[in-house]
Write a protein that binds this ligand. Sequence first.
Ligand SMILES: O=C(O)C1=C[C@@H](OP(=O)(O)O)[C@@H](O)[C@H](O)C1
Ligand SMILES: C=C(OP(=O)(O)O)C(=O)O
Length: 454
Amino acid sequence: MTQQKHYPHHIDLKPVMHVEGVVRLPGSKSISNRILLLSALAEGETKIVDLLASDDTAVMLSALTALGVHWTQEDLGPDAGVHQVHRVRGAGGAAGVAFPNHKADLFMGNAGTAIRPLTAALAVIGGDYTLHGVQRMHERPIGDLVDALNAVGAQIEYTGNPGYPPLHIHKGHITAARLSVRGDVSSQFLTALLMVAPLMARGHDVTIDVVGELISKPYIEITLNLMRRFGVTVEQDGWAAFTVRAGQSYKSPGTIHVEGDASSASYFLAAGAIAGGPVRVEGVGRDSIQGDVRFAEALEQMGARITMGDNWIEAKSSGPLKAVDLDFNHIPDAAMTIAVAALYAEGTTTLRNIASWRVKETDRIAAMATELRKLGAEVEEGADYLKVTPPAVIGTAAIDTYDDHRMAMCFSLASLDGAARRGNTIRINDPKCVAKTFPDYFAAFAGIAHDNLI
Ligand SMILES: O=C(O)C1=C[C@@H](OP(=O)(O)O)[C@@H](O)[C@H](O)C1
Ligand SMILES: C=C(OP(=O)(O)O)C(=O)O
């Protein structure tokens, strides 16, 4: 993959006495992969500024190449790294969307934002496609999406275990005007169907009904917002039904800019809240379309001082953090950062309504509980919750990361010196997993870390 850095087998983080500084965030994963697919489905060429460069976007770009979609990355010479520019030539037109290659084998790594929407797009467009990923991808559910599509005439077959990738997509025939999909395992299934609804709404409206409680709702807002930028509006009946009127199709917006990643912001903001600050992240703020900016509210409830502009957020400490007891269904990714920040809070922090953690990069409830306990925390783990009571002083430990970028990034925070609860030397095993969304994470973390104890 293009983003491989030369990472060692492990990284040892010395105790950090103080954090301060400004971090320019990498592009949002959720926005990047949505924009790439929408650009490919649209009519016209889209210029994308500041696309995330990471494993998850690399697999999406490779898939577009395999499908025959033409895209380029501009060589900006000395400006490279300041602003990234990609151009994608859309495969949409008056006759619908036609990818040049009708047969392809697509490796999707462990990118949910790639495999789920692409499965829907390829099932609707039709062809002879196989989609597969890393071993963990083959343990992450996709059955609700496949059921929704096959029920209306798609031809998607499981070539491994039923309900999971790998998949083989054959040419189906979808004419239905109404589909239904479960919303309680992953919101990405609804996102996938929404993104392809205009491809189905040829000559008739298409309505998608959501069965069961929809989780991770702010990600649906990102989907709807970006569809609008590409010229398609969706009528919403609460969170229960979504209708795309007949005759709409995606058109390139010309140039589109990718915001900084709000989930990636959470580690730096938490660092500022724990160990002095101020730490400012640039690239997300009040104007963001990402639900994870609401991480700042949770941090504020823990006692951090937060300030926000249109395109930046800043966090600093204001005395010891306090424990919180909150529902984190709306911010499942950034919520992991709260679980580690809880090491520095007075009292027991409870994270509720996080069952989806169990089907992400790893079983994140189990992994989080195991690794927090290594540092001396008392942890109670339930089917959909976690309770974290911090130790008096954080222990030293080698943290296993389970090929989960967020485990590696979150646990870097345990090296911080926060209030009376001194951080410690922390070994992060297999740190290269951060390449899924943030290949330069440890360099960015080192950039705000000061007065490291040798
Ligand atoms: O649509 C998206 O971009 C995402 C949705 C969320 O997944 P779930 O809907 O499975 O919770 C989130 O955890 C993931 O990192 C990105
Ligand atoms: C759950 C995540 O990823 P994915 O997009 O693969 O679901 C994540 O990035 O935390």
